[in-house]
Design a protein around this ligand. Structure first.
Ligand SMILES: C[S@@+](CC[C@H](N)C(=O)[O-])C[C@H]1O[C@@H](n2cnc3c(N)ncnc32)[C@H](O)[C@@H]1O
Length: 445
């Protein structure tokens, strides 16, 4: 049964723009291309689980944990999945924040400023006199231009020495997270929102920067938030973060156990979470070679256009004649462009929707009868063909035995619409707007 076009707005949701998380305690620790803000999650909780003391919340694509943190703040159980080790680490560190002793963190910041601050002064005055950091840059991390200027690199390595010397593992994790969240800001790369060189984005190289100052102000902000948490009454210790695909055959979440899912899977826009977190993956030791990143690309929801574009035609492995026909239209476009033409993009769309089907079947299993899933996705333009992912999601939900209760637009103009700049998404002359939408699926009682 076709799902009707999205309505604006439905349940009184606040703007879903994830950029709003930049101002909010705990959420502001790590920037991420997220599907929504903490305010959106609060509204979803208020609307779909009003007046409950206890609940189990799942985010199968947790990113840096917006849903999980909001669940924890309400005293509910939170379960998250993410294949990206940096994202999983961010979730865990944020969910553990209430256990950090503010005084210990404050002392650590002071000690870091004294130790690495002195080393930076010696670098700046040319007075190192043979004093060398013991840390080295990760050998496997190759970039087109130097990731750090020689001077910044020295400062980074002294900071790494300090972090590695921290004995308390919770505090070391926190420092690693702080480092990972700011490390691109003093590099010769930037997010636009994909990772690219600064000169490529018309920005100057960074010859020098105070790593200590930048990292200290991040740590200070984290300390403020740890203190803010101390002042609150509620909070839950019941959480689990799985660094694995939600689509794996063995799922650690029990059937009929989840009250509410609030999530946002990767969009059908080829945003490459794996490549965009390469600096953090290598510098934190999560990856030492490209092969490790490739295996992550294979498990990523929908894979990536780069992963499937050279394969034989991939088709839907479930029945949806209208969507299958749209995918075949894409396959027939710009065939003369080889791997940049229609077949590659059709393969990507088919892979994405096949994963969507598997994902929706899995949420049908884990939801309690009567439980709901609020899934934020974006519409997509591939080779000029618009794919209304939110409506297809509703239709796939109905195929899997869920009821599509609502589809509504949560953000009318999507930021980051230029993520794929290959021309493959341009609809010649058409005025298709990219937006974020929430599809609400409910498991019947
Ligand atoms: C749109 S982001 C979610 C952002 C999240 N809402 C937040 O606020 O941080 C999608 C996430 O899905 C993760 N992901 C991709 N494939 C996955 C899979 N098969 N299983 C679990 N997570 C996956 C990506 O690493 C990414 O962090």
């Amino acid at each position: 049964m076709p799902v009707s076009a999205p309505t604006i707005p439905s349940a009184g949701f606040r703007d879903a723009a994830a950029a709003d998380n930049k101002q909010v305690p705990i959420h502001r620790w790590v920037p991420w291309i997220a599907g929504y803000s903490s305010a959106f999650v609060q509204d979803a909780f208020d609307h779909y689980l009003p007046d409950v003391d206890d609940a189990t919340i799942l985010d199968p694509f947790a990113g840096v944990g917006t849903t999980l943190i909001e669940a924890q703040l309400r005293g509910w159980s939170a379960i998250g999945f993410d294949i990206n080790p940096y994202a999983a680490m961010a979730c865990r560190a944020k969910l553990s924040a209430a256990g950090i002793e503010p005084d210990e963190l404050a002392d650590l910041i002071t000690e870091y400023q004294a130790t690495a601050g002195d080393q930076e002064t010696l670098i700046d005055t040319g007075a190192l006199n043979g004093c060398r950091p013991t840390s080295t840059a990760p050998a496997g991390f190759k970039t087109r231009i130097d990731f750090y200027s020689p001077r910044v690199m020295q400062k980074v390595l002294f900071t790494r020495d300090f972090i590695d010397s921290v004995e308390n593992s919770a505090l070391r994790d926190l420092m690693n997270l702080a480092f990972a969240s700011v490390m691109v800001s003093f590099s010769n790369y930037s997010y636009e929102p994909s990772l690219g060189s600064r000169p490529g984005a018309g920005k100057p190289l960074i010859e020098d920067a105070s790593v200590v100052e930048i990292l200290s102000s991040k740590l200070q902000l984290m300390l403020d938030d740890v203190e803010w948490l101390r002042g609150r009454e509620s909070g839950s210790d019941e959480w689990a973060v799985y660094e694995q695909s939600f689509l794996e055959p063995e799922c650690p979440v029990h059937a009929n156990s989840v009250d509410l899912i609030v999530t946002s899977p990767p969009y059908l826009n080829n945003y490459h979470y794996v490549r965009n977190t390469r600096p953090q993956m290598y510098w934190l030791g999560f990856a030492t070679s490209p092969a490790q990143l490739r295996s992550l690309e294979e498990t990523n929801f929908g894979k990536f256009w780069q992963t499937v574009r050279e394969q034989e035609p991939i088709r839907l492995d479930f029945e949806h004649s209208q969507l299958a026909a749209q995918i075949e239209i894409i396959r027939g476009l710009r065939v003369e462009k080889g791997i940049y033409g229609g077949n590659g993009w059709a393969n990507y769309a088919a892979t994405y929707y096949n994963d969507t089907f598997r994902f929706v079947s899995r949420i049908h299993d884990v939801l309690v009868p009567g439980g709901a899933a609020i899934i934020v996705v974006g519409n997509s333009l591939l080779q000029g063909v618009e794919l209304k992912v939110e409506q297809h999601l509703g239709e796939i939900g109905e195929m899997c035995g869920l009821v599509c209760e609502d589809v509504h637009i949560v953000r009318q103009k999507r930021v980051g619409s230029s993520i794929v700049n290959t021309g493959a998404r341009e609809a010649a002359g058409s005025k298709v707007m990219l937006y974020d939408a929430a599809t609400v699926l409910r498991k019947p009682k």
